[in-house]
Structures are given as structure tokens and as C-alpha cells.
Design a protein around this ligand. Structure first.
Ligand code: C2G
Length: 148
């Protein structure tokens, strides 16, 4: 059995994440996702995810390509994870190209092309803009109603 591992926050799950997980799983027979905890996000990645860890874990657990979800709590845990779970391939999107080459001491390292033009940040910003636009529209129409 070929075991694959990947790491990430997977916030506001989108098709870029699914593309990554599908391709990672296709490299082996078993896919482990090390999911960044809320604390790791805040303290080490300067990220505030929209969904908390339990919710992000629930969503990943529902994906057919994912066989196991474990917590990612530190940058340094990767070698131990690879040994503990007998991982054959470490996979990340190519926005991380080269950053984890040191793990080739323990297993194969693969970087897969990121899915273009989609990100959790984009979804969050689009949502904020839409919300802001809606509230502006509402306040404008309210003020116009008052003038009539
Ligand atoms: N990804 C992708 N295409 C996108 C967006 C993301 O292929 N349009 C990939 C990323 O390259 C990453 C995975 O999906 O491999 C998860 O992305 P993030 O949740 O943004 O993960 P990140 O914050 O990069 O955390 O220790 C590693 C870190 O935990 C990685």
C-alpha cells in the first residue's frame, strides 16, 4: 500500500483543494491530510481561518479522496509524521516548490501545479465585497425612500 501525505489549512474548501487532494490520492492508495490547527494557523501561519479546526476536519473527512485527517501543530512535525505513518510520498501544491525538498531524506517529495484563480482569500474578499456592496445599496435605497 502506497501512502501519501499532504498538509494545509483547507479553509473555505474549494475546487483547488479538491483538485489537489484528488491528484495526491491518485499517487497512492491511502491519503493522509495533516490539517493545520487553529492555534498553528494563528501563531505560526498568521492565518485566521473562517472555519475552525473541527469544521474543516468534518469537511475533509467527507471527501472520498481523504482516508485520514491528523492535526498539523508545528512546522517540524513532518519527518515524525512520515515515519509514524510509513508515508511513501509527501505532496504539496507547487506554491511550496522546493520548500520541503529536505523531506526527500524520508520519502518521495512531489509538488503538483496549483489550480489557478481560486483561493480561500479570494472567496473571503469576494464575499466581503458583496456584503459591503449590498449594505451600501440598502442604505442608499433607505435614504432615497426617506427623501420621497
Ligand atoms: N492549493 C491548490 N490550488 C489552489 C489553492 C490551494 O493546489 N488554488 C493547494 C495548496 O498548494 C496546498 C493545499 O491546496 O498544497 C492546501 O492549501 P492551503 O490550505 O492554502 O495550505 P497552506 O496554507 O499552503 O498550508 O505545512 C504546510 C502548510 O500547512 C500548507
Amino acid at each position: 500500500m502506497k501512502r501519501v501525505i499532504t498538509y494545509g489549512t483547507f479553509d473555505l474548501l474549494h475546487y483547488g483543494h479538491i483538485n489537489l487532494l484528488r491528484r495526491a490520492r491518485a499517487l497512492g492508495d491511502y491519503l493522509i491530510v495533516a490539517l493545520s490547527t487553529d492555534e498553528f494557523n494563528q501563531k505560526q501561519k498568521a492565518k485566521q481561518s473562517y472555519f475552525d479546526y473541527k469544521t474543516r476536519e468534518l469537511m475533509l473527512d467527507a471527501i472520498r479522496y481523504v482516508d485520514l485527517v491528523i492535526p498539523e501543530e508545528t512546522w517540524e512535525q513532518k519527518p515524525d509524521d512520515i515515519k509514524l505513518y510509513k508515508v511513501d510520498i509527501f505532496v504539496m501544491g507547487d506554491d511550496w516548490e522546493g520548500r520541503f525538498d529536505y523531506l526527500s531524506e524520508f520519502c518521495e517529495v512531489a509538488y503538483l501545479p496549483k489550480t489557478p484563480e481560486i483561493s480561500s482569500t479570494m472567496i473571503r474578499n469576494d464575499n466581503l465585497n458583496t456584503t459591503a456592496f449590498e449594505s451600501l445599496k440598502n442604505s442608499l435605497s433607505n435614504s432615497m425612500d426617506k427623501q420621497t
